[in-house]
Design a protein around this ligand. Structure first.
Ligand code: GSH
Length: 258
């Protein structure tokens, strides 16, 4: 789990829980959803990705990949959204979202691992392909600053494909991303044709991790027609008051101000 000893003096003096997050980020939303389900108070540090508020020396000193979310707990920084879910679960175990038999715990861990691994090649690639045509590309100055601050080769390659002159995500990239995601959705569809939730009949971290991803993909026009049970599962979660507060409200409220 990436727990970072930050050199940022402001962050290291924080008490309690602080979350750096973006309104329409599915990675941020899964953390907000767990915080809401657990009723843990937290302080918001909203980052507008479209305004490049993550591409600053200040933010890279908190999150070395310059991405959201970053959780700060009593001055300690935790990154990677699925690791943050596990950290919160271990630190604030009541109510529990891993309250299943031990062999089922491994299924939760697997869904969290896939959620993390599928993000860049699946969800993020699909989203950026959709955005290629829109005016979301960085300016020359923003690209230069990003390439100075970003040390992670995977992020450099990914963003280079979106931002560098003559580069863009292609229909083939989108197809590969969709095939990857459809593979997981096919497995989920099968599980959800028999069970109410992704792991047995308990609402767990697996459901918390994956449901905001569906929100993001739906907004990007992802085709879920082959997955009616997955959509019924999503609808059940969508109707939870916690989801309304932590996902839907953030997605819509901030957009009005953007
Ligand atoms: N594996 C990371 C991915 C984080 C990530 O890529 N976050 C997106 C928003 S969902 C972001 O910050 N994008 C801005 C960027 O890549 O510069 C996690 O799960 O926390």
């Amino acid at each position: 789990m990436p727990i970072i000893e930050t050199t940022n003096p402001v962050v290291s003096s924080f008490k309690g829980l602080h979350l750096y997050h973006a309104h329409i980020s599915n990675c941020s939303a899964r953390v907000r959803l767990l915080l809401e389900e657990k009723k843990i108070p937290w302080e918001s540090h909203h980052i507008f990705l479209a305004k490049r508020e993550n591409i600053t020396e200040e933010y890279f000193s908190i999150n070395p990949k310059g991405v959201v979310p970053s959780l700060v707990h009593d001055g300690k920084v935790i990154t990677e959204s699925n690791d943050i879910l596990v950290y919160l679960e271990e630190t604030f175990p009541d109510p529990s979202f891993i309250n299943v038999a031990s062999e089922k715990k491994r299924e939760i861990e697997r869904w969290l691992k896939i959620s993390g691994e599928a993000h860049m090649p699946g969800i993020k690639t699909f989203q950026y392909y959709k955005r290629n045509s829109k005016a979301m590309k960085k300016t020359e100055e923003e690209v230069a600053l990003y390439r100075k601050l970003q040390k992670d080769p995977a992020y450099l390659t990914f963003h280079g494909k979106h931002d560098l002159p003559g580069q863009s995500f292609t229909p083939k990239d989108a197809e590969t991303a969709i095939n990857l995601m459809d593979g997981y959705f096919t497995e989920m569809e099968d599980i959800l044709s028999k069970n109410q939730w992704l792991v047995g009949n308990t609402f767990t971290l697996a459901d918390i991790s994956w449901s905001p991803t569906i929100t993001t993909l739906l907004r990007g026009g992802y085709d879920f027609n082959l997955f009616p049970n997955l959509m019924a599962w999503y609808d059940r979660i969508f109707k939870l008051p916690s989801f309304q507060i932590s996902v839907t409200d953030w997605y819509t409220r901030m957009e009005k101000n953007n």
